[in-house]
Design a protein around this ligand. Structure first.
Ligand code: FES
Length: 74
């Protein structure tokens, strides 16, 4: 889960769409995959740099009683 702005929460699948590695690092403006170097936009998960050709899959989230709930990756 990321928070690109105050009160603006977003979640994406943790699995890279290239070959399924788990993305690891979140930098200033990108989420990075350690396996082959793909990078994804923090705000919407779109591809910034390949080899991935599609972005991270958005995950729904809900805020209930002040808690953020995100379904687990399958
Ligand atoms: S699995 Fe992520 S870049 Fe290849």
């Amino acid at each position: 889960m990321i928070q690109p702005g105050e009160g603006d929460f977003r979640a994406f699948s943790a699995f890279c769409p290239h070959r399924g590695c788990m993305v690891k690092s979140i930098g200033d403006s990108a989420i990075r995959c350690p396996c082959h170097g793909s990078s994804f936009d923090l705000a919407d998960g779109s591809v910034l740099g390949g080899p991935a050709t599609t972005g991270l899959i958005p995950k729904p989230l809900q805020i209930r009683q002040g808690r953020i709930e995100i379904p687990a990756d399958e």
